[in-house]
Design a protein around this ligand. Structure first.
Ligand SMILES: [Zn+2]
Length: 259
């Protein structure tokens, strides 16, 4: 019943709120990894973007004005992750905050000795549990083209959001059953240990060494690689690639042509 109501509501939104063709075209052109998407996938992505923009507010902070193009570029990348999943994975928060540059979150946490510390490092992005996604616009713009930046900030933060959907950002997204969770944990634990070993040994890795911070960061960084440079992930960690393809229900290597 709720599902039927939800679909009815979505149809109504799609009828009444459309994205102008010119805006859609401009936003897609800013995201080179979309070039390999088939027309049918792009059409579904466009519908998801309309629904995402209807459900979320994307607001500027510290005087930053979010343009329609910026809004669309952010929404497209957020929706790429859930293209074959469900937008409900992004339920539980309503706002994306966009800063004119890196920001200092200033939140407090207890360290390993029980002492309260302040997070005073400047960040390019942050996904708060049950709270907003926060992004620095210049970092979103700079990481839209993987070939230039070797990272994708929006995919990273929204991967954290998916990870947090069933609790904490522990590197294990919502999986359908115990068996798939066990398989996921086994593959990810092995790959994480291997990658940490390579970084500790001083190897100059193609995958961002920031992935060694926590299993949650490993999942977020590898999600960026999966969508924006899938061959890299398939070549370095084929088991992880398979788990991701299974979870996200996408096969970006097949989509981009096996080279
Ligand atoms: Zn992160």
């Amino acid at each position: 019943m709720f599902e039927a109501l939800r679909r009815f509501r979505q149809k109504r939104i799609l009828r009444s709120a459309a994205l102008p063709d010119a805006l859609w075209g401009q936003a897609c052109a800013a995201l080179p990894f979309l070039a390999s998407y088939a027309d049918g996938e792009l059409a579904r992505l466009r519908d998801l973007v309309v629904l995402f923009l209807d459900a979320k507010s994307i607001v500027g902070a510290q005087g930053h004005e979010v343009t329609p193009l910026q809004r669309t570029i952010i929404a497209i990348q957020a929706c790429v992750l859930v293209l074959n999943l469900d937008l409900a994975l992004y339920d539980g928060f309503e706002t994306v905050v966009v800063y004119p540059g890196e920001f200092v979150p200033g939140w407090e946490y207890e360290d390993e000795y029980g002492v309260v510390q302040r997070q005073d490092d400047a960040l390019a992005g942050e996904a708060m549990p049950r709270g907003p996604v926060v992004l620095s616009w210049p970092d979103v713009a700079a990481s839209a083209d993987w070939d230039d930046a070797g990272m994708n900030l929006v995919i990273h933060e929204f991967a954290h959001k998916i990870d947090m959907h069933d609790g904490t950002a522990n590197g294990c997204p919502p999986l359908p059953d115990d068996a798939s969770r066990d398989a996921w944990q086994r593959v990810m634990r092995h790959a994480y240990a291997d990658f940490r070993g390579r970084v500790d040994a001083g190897e100059d890795t193609a995958i961002d060494p920031y992935a060694t911070e926590t299993p949650g960061e490993f999942f977020a960084v590898l999600s960026e690689v999966f969508f924006a440079d899938p061959w890299l992930l398939r070549d370095e960690y084929p088991d992880v690639y398979r788990e991701f393809a299974h979870f996200y229900r996408q096969d970006p290597v097949a989509r981009q042509g096996d080279t």
